[in-house]
Design a protein around this ligand. Structure first.
Ligand code: MSP
Length: 647
């Protein structure tokens, strides 16, 4: 029986970048919520899509010799395929270039205009091309950090939206709906922004061609945010779904969703969404992911190596939803091994194989309660409450507390001893523990199914079920909620243990391939090298001269600054010898120590040792020397073993 409709959305993704795990984070979280709500009995629709208009996209297309239409088709498809690759069930995929979308944007505009909230004006300002926005606090001549060039001055006739008329109405609305913006910590920053008083917004452009035309005045196209936000309505056009129950977004776009969007809707007299939840920022090893840093992680190599559930679990367990969090390949494999392989996977194989061994796979009679039933009921209640609050990490943590308790109980009861004792009491006790572990596994597979849909299903089938665990009501996952099948299914491992180093290496190798594929797709020409005055060539040497130089591949094991020397780093580099070498390198102005750990480098291994600042440097690291002496370390595109010689 349906509990009613539930409509939730992911943001629509810009097509000027290819999908990475930051985008996947939002989509995975939204899809997990959709799954949970379905298990609660809601008729759920989850929408996503792509944000395809604006100067940035137009320029990117032209740079590739493509029309904007061709370009956006390509990148939009890339997002759709990524969600398929990650097995994310997205119910609608709305593009801002879809016809029905343009119609709704115009309807919203006309409704705002009819109600007196749109007027025509001219605007002159400094314009940031990359972020497609006028910059209010810049002076002429200021450099746009995104382009490295001065901001462009732009004057144009725009339609303005009277945002200033909504300051009080918005504050009143927030007051009346304290759970509109979630989590709680985000409220204050928005309240402070609105309380300062709002200024009107220009919502059309005449300087841009690549956008949705204003039907009543086609010299104008809509500004990207007026266009983009409206996909939330157009994605479910004609379905009687609006208003949305939840917009799930990243924290950096909170203002657009909690100030501009509700004001547009109020102005038009349309209904407002019920909740906006802003999650935190996903960092790579505590650093912002960006193309220029070259530290973007794509989801496909992870899915191909470890499966999508491992990524879902990591993102939702490791990071407190709403706060920033850090991703690293090592942490991903570490969590997988400790929680999935050793935790849930181990409990599943242990419980099922005990039943196979002692009862030939036939499920024992059920027990109304035992020492764990109260604990399991408590787990159910808490897990559901955490999911309802979108607190995934707590929900999962609670399930894992239960797993630990079951493991302990099994050790304490020692079924392997009971199995050897044929007394009625021992055999009944054996039945009890076998039933307890199976029933727990049934409950756990239901409770983790929103986060781990594929693995939960595999456990479900091994328990002997032939249907889909996700089609069951969440309420069934309490003690004795349902009868277990008479016999378990075929036992197969769910989370095989992974070798950390080999798994990380495989993902990193696949990353390189995926990175190159995406770069070709986006048509990124390789970056021009910074100019280096050509140094005069050194005198000719023979091959024998060269072979005297022993160059080796090394891996940086540790790195720290050398006290009192700004330019020097003290490195320990493994080149395949018994001990890592000490290398003192003049690269501290160009590299942070943390950046170097684990990095493969080239070492001159037979250079006479030299004393520097009290340290004996046993070799030299090879780097290109750019203008002004900036070093750039030599590195490899393919994976290379430590100790390999360059010749
Ligand atoms: N197109 C706008 C949204 C319009 S919605 C009406 C946009 N697009 S985006 O592609 O830049 O970002 C889309 C979503 O991806 C945001 O929720 C954003 O937070 C998320 N992420 C992109 N990179 C991210 C991280 N590194 N970490 C977490 N989320 C990030 O904004």
């Amino acid at each position: 029986m349906s509990k009613g409709k539930y409509y939730l959305t992911t943001p629509i993704y810009y097509v000027n970048a290819a999908p990475h795990i930051g985008h996947a984070y939002t989509s995975i979280a939204a899809e997990t919520i959709a799954r949970f709500k379905r298990m609660q009995g809601y008729d759920v629709v989850l929408t996503t899509g792509t944000d395809e208009h604006g100067t940035k996209v137009e320029r990117a297309a032209h740079a590739q010799g493509k029309s904007p239409e061709e370009f956006v088709d390509l990148i939009s498809a890339e997002f759709r395929e990524t969600w398929q690759k990650l097995d994310l069930q997205m119910d609608r995929f709305q593009r801002t270039t879809n016809k029905n979308h343009g119609k709704i944007v115009n309807e919203l505009f006309e409704a705002c205009k009819k109600n007196g909230y749109i007027y025509k004006g001219t605007y002159t300002g400094l314009y940031a091309v990359v972020s497609e926005a006028f910059v209010n606090d810049a002076k002429p001549g200021d450099i746009d950090p995104e382009t490295g060039k001065p901001y462009e001055e732009l004057t144009e006739e725009n339609y303005f939206f009277k945002l200033s008329a909504f300051t009080d109405r918005l504050l009143e609305f927030y007051e009346k709906h304290p759970d509109f913006m979630l989590p709680e910590i985000r409220r204050n920053e928005i309240l402070a922004f609105v309380k300062q008083g709002l200024t009107d917004l220009s919502i059309t452009r005449t300087s841009i061609k690549w956008g949705i035309p204003v039907e009543s005045d086609p010299a104008h196209v809509f500004y990207v945010w007026f266009d983009a936000l409206t996909t939330y309505v157009s994605a479910v056009d004609g379905e009687n779904r609006w208003p949305a129950d939840l917009h799930l977004i990243g924290k950096e776009i909170l203002r657009f969703h909690t100030v501009f969007w509700p004001a547009f809707l109020m102005a038009a007299g349309w209904e407002l969404p019920k909740h906006v939840f802003a999650h935190g920022w996903l960092l790579f090893e505590n650093d912002k992911m960006s193309k220029s840093r070259g530290n973007i992680v794509r989801p496909a190599p992870i899915a191909d190596t470890m499966g999508v559930d491992a990524l879902r679990y990591f993102l939702l367990r490791e990071i407190v939803f709403g706060q920033d969090g850090s991703f690293s390949f090592d942490a991903l494999v570490g969590r997988y091994n400790s929680d999935l392989a050793n935790g849930l996977g181990n409990l599943a194989s242990r419980s099922l194989s005990m039943l196979q061994q002692y009862r030939e796979g036939a499920t024992p009679p059920s027990f109304a309660d035992n020492e764990l039933s109260a604990e399991i009921s408590a787990t159910y209640k808490e897990v559901v409450a955490h999911y309802e609050a979108f607190d995934f990490s707590k929900a999962l943590e609670r399930v894992w507390t239960l797993i630990t308790k079951i493991d302990k109980l099994i050790v304490q009861v020692a079924p392997w001893k009971l199995a050897k004792d044929q007394s009625l009491e021992a055999q009944q006790n054996l039945d009890r523990i076998l039933f307890t572990s199976l029933e727990s596994l049934r409950i756990i597979s239901g409770l983790v199914s929103p986060v781990l849909p594929h693995s939960a299903q595999r456990i479900w089938e091994q328990l002997g079920y032939s249907d889909q665990v996700a089609t069951h009501s969440i309420e069934e996952f309490q003690w004795n909620g349902a009868k277990l099948p008479a016999k378990i299914g075929e036992i197969a491992g769910v989370f095989p243990r992974l070798d950390t180093q080999a798994t990380v290496q495989k993902m990193q190798d696949l990353e390189e391939v995926e990175k190159a594929r995406q770069a070709a797709l986006l048509g990124h020409a390789p970056k021009p090298e910074p100019s280096v005055p050509t140094a005069p060539l050194a005198p000719i040497i023979t091959i024998d001269d060269f072979s005297k130089v022993d160059l080796r591949v090394g891996e940086v094991k540790s790195a720290e600054k050398v006290k009192g020397a700004d330019k020097l780093l003290h490195l320990k580099v493994d080149i395949g010898e018994a001990e890592p070498r000490t290398i003192v390198a003049g690269i501290a102005l160009a590299y942070q120590p943390e950046q170097l750990i684990g990095r493969k480098v080239v070492i001159v291994a037979n250079l006479e040792p030299r004393k520097l600042r009290g340290l004996t440097s046993q070799g030299m690291i090879v780097a290109a020397s750019l203008d002004g002496g900036t070093p750039v370390l030599a590195s490899f595109l393919e994976s290379v073993p430590v100790g390999a010689r360059l010749k």
